[in-house]
Design a protein around this ligand. Structure first.
Ligand code: ATP
Ligand code: MG
Length: 291
């Protein structure tokens, strides 16, 4: 599919890829695509931030290039590295053959020894790619500043080789779980959207799309229970991914409905913190009562 002409078209395209986006998300994405701006998605854990980028790549027939951020990530891991081992072998071969002319030596820092990392890959791929910069809040300030630079001109200069420029920019999606506040400068470059938990109705739809074998009745009960779990003061409230897992788990065990008994047996699919488990166990009757 080419550039969508309307928000509705984009929503339909995402749906065809198994992603149900609400109007707010579709609109933010549509504007980001149209204006060629990066889209920054913040939200709770497991609400479908990463998945948007994956589905976008699929439905637009683009390559997904993922830069997973983590504490201590630096520019080498994001841009490019030299393949030292192969450079050494090349140098050995040169000296064994007693080759020392300038051209041969210069080749040691040639493109064939360059290991592309996600950002260079994305700049080279341009509009044939979706660049997912995942969990940017885990990286540190300096890395964020560096990202800002790359995102503003999609140009990377490699001293030994020259400047690589994106013919036209890739689609860029950044995600953050908000473990720290991102800088205004980065936010200003991006379209921004807060991804909320879906409504119960929407979440049932999502589960049925992702786990079509599970019955609608069981799904509705699981979703209702998950929504009650989210109202408790849990350290790790369940995301949509957990809802899907829970429904699948119960279905796998041949359960056709949710009750305090089978919920207790399968809590590991939704609640993954010891303290949370205790709190949930004390309230299981209430959580699983009614649909
Ligand atoms: N709107 C949606 N439509 C379809 N599937 C969804 C939707 N939201 C979430 N999911 C499902 O939930 C799973 C988890 O989503 P994803 O990994 O994208 O969450 P996330 O927000 O990136 O979470 P984290 O913060 O843990 O990285 C996806 O694999 C997908 O199956
Ligand atoms: Mg994610």
């Amino acid at each position: 599919m080419d550039q969508p002409q309307t928000v509705g078209q984009l929503t339909d395209a995402l749906r065809s890829g198994g992603y149900l986006a609400d109007r707010g998300l579709s609109t933010a994405l549509f504007v980001a695509l149209s204006l060629q701006r990066p889209l920054l998605l913040e939200g709770e854990v497991g609400v479908g931030k990463t998945e948007v980028a994956k589905v976008l790549a699929t439905v637009f027939g683009r390559r997904l290039i993922r830069l997973q951020c983590y504490e201590g990530i630096d520019t080498n891991q994001a841009l490019y590295e030299w393949d030292y081992a192969r450079q050494m072998l090349h140098i050995r071969a040169l000296s064994a053959n007693q080759v020392a002319d300038d051209a041969a030596v210069a080749k040691v820092f040639g493109p064939q020894f360059l290991l592309e990392r996600p950002l260079l890959e994305a700049v080279r791929a341009g509009d044939r790619a979706v660049l997912l910069i995942d969990e940017v809040d885990r990286s540190d300030d300096e890395f964020e500043a560096f990202l800002l630079e790359v995102l503003s001109d999609f140009q990377i200069s490699i001293p030994e080789i020259g400047t690589v420029t994106a013919p036209s920019p890739p689609i860029v999606v950044l995600t953050s779980n908000r473990t720290r506040e991102l800088h205004d400068a980065l936010k200003r470059r991006c379209m921004y959207h807060w991804v909320d938990y879906p409504s119960a109705e929407r979440e049932v739809e999502i589960v049925l799309v992702r786990a079509p074998d599970v019955s609608a009745a069981l799904t509705a009960q699981v979703v209702a229970a998950v929504h009650r779990l989210r109202e408790l003061d849990l350290a790790k409230p369940p995301g949509v991914a957990e809802t899907i897992d829970w429904a699948r788990t119960l279905d796998l065990l041949g359960e056709s409905g949710l009750n305090a008994g089978n919920a207790a047996d399968t809590l590991g699919a939704v609640v993954k913190e010891r303290d949370d488990l205790e709190l949930v166990r004390e309230n299981l009757e209430e959580i699983t009562s009614g649909g």
